[in-house]
Design a protein around this ligand. Structure first.
Ligand code: ADP
Ligand code: MG
Length: 248
């Protein structure tokens, strides 16, 4: 049922999401929306609720209150498996299947979750590996790859599912600085190819170049949001400015 139709380009609509842990409210009613082809970058100090917010979108963390709509359809406990297949998630620590080759990592969910026929899944896997520059490593195991390569495989795996939206939770923060660039470059390419994505990151060069909007979170609230140019040159909120001064 499409119960939230207002705008056909609206991909993700997060409304009033709240979450508490042990009586402490870490998300205090977060709302934002994401349209087709948009890249939003979520920034904020450690502990401000960025991961909890991303994880609430596909119920890796169960929100206490609020609603999330994907293309007008509410994400609920009863449709969560179907919704998760449409919401790509890229984790800080890659989360690859260590006992599977690169090719199998990128193909397995296509086959098992989306029911894609094996040959088609293989072709798609190679296409996405090509896109992240790793089609020559299809037979390798994750442990044989650098962290940057593993993260690129994880991005290829998410892309192969044809998601409506991709969520990235600090995709480069487990990487050595020299490997961060290759992952940022892939994300920049995706953003310019028109992928719809939310990226939690401290990579301000990415935020400047790729973000349509930056959302600054602190203590479970959205403090300020705006386009990179405006935020980097003249954030209205003093705490946003202080944070950007330290990080950018
Ligand atoms: P960020 O990603 O911005 O660093 P998080 O969303 O990880 O912030 O965490 C926000 C707050 O919620 C922190 O105070 C953190 O300690 C707390 N928190 C996150 N996950 C859990 C959990 N599973 N159990 C208890 N507290 C948690
Ligand atoms: Mg986090």
């Amino acid at each position: 049922m499409r119960d939230n139709v207002m705008d056909s380009d609206l991909v993700l609509d997060v409304k009033g999401v709240k979450k508490s842990y042990g009586g402490v409210e870490v998300l205090k009613g977060i709302s934002f929306s994401l349209h087709r082809g948009e890249t939003k970058v979520l920034i904020g100090p450690s502990g401000s609720g960025k991961s909890t917010l991303l994880r609430s979108i596909n119920h890796l963390t169960h929100p206490d209150d609020g609603k999330v709509y994907l293309k007008g359809e509410e994400v609920t406990d009863s449709n969560i498996d179907k919704m998760r297949a449409r919401i790509g998630f890229v984790f800080q620590d890659f989360n690859l299947f260590s006992h599977l080759t690169v090719l199998d990592n990128v193909r397995i969910c296509q086959i098992r979750v989306n029911g894609v026929e094996r040959d088609k899944a293989t072709r798609r896997a190679y296409e996405e590996l090509e896109r992240v520059g790793l089609s020559d490593r299809a037979d390798a195991y994750p442990a044989e790859l650098s962290g940057g390569q593993q993260q690129r495989v994880s991005i290829a795996r998410a892309l192969a599912m044809d998601p409506d939206v991709l969520l990235f939770d600090e995709p480069t923060s487990a990487l050595d600085p020299e490997l961060t660039g290759e992952v940022v470059k892939v994300m920049q390419q995706l953003a310019s190819d028109g992928m719809t994505m939310v990226v939690v990151t401290h990579e301000m060069s990415f935020a400047r170049q790729a973000a349509d909007e930056i959302i600054f979170m602190e203590k479970g609230y959205i403090v300020e949001q705006g386009d990179p140019q405006t935020l980097f040159t003249g954030a209205e909120n003093e705490r946003t400015r202080a944070f950007l001064n330290v990080i950018a």
